[in-house]
Design a protein around this ligand. Structure first.
Ligand SMILES: [Zn+2]
Length: 70
């Protein structure tokens, strides 16, 4: 069962829900079904705002802790 993250378009409440195929989801706050669905990606922490480039120029120092050349 996939875990989805939702933002309610009515009250902007954000929540996560386990949703099975075809199941209707509603906002726990205002019970609206006008929801925006986002994939919940545990592999990519939310604190990472900018993804590191896959290939950084070899003439520059390593681009960060996850640099492809480290
Ligand atoms: Zn709501």
């Amino acid at each position: 069962m996939p875990l989805y993250e939702y933002t309610c378009r009515e009250c902007e409440h954000s929540f996560e829900a386990l949703v099975s195929e075809g199941e209707e989801v509603e906002c726990p706050e205002c019970h609206s079904d006008r929801l925006e669905r986002h994939w919940s990606l545990p592999a990519r922490p939310r604190t990472t705002s900018q993804p590191l480039p896959l290939n950084c120029p070899p003439d520059l120092p390593p681009c960060g802790p996850g640099c492809c050349r480290l």
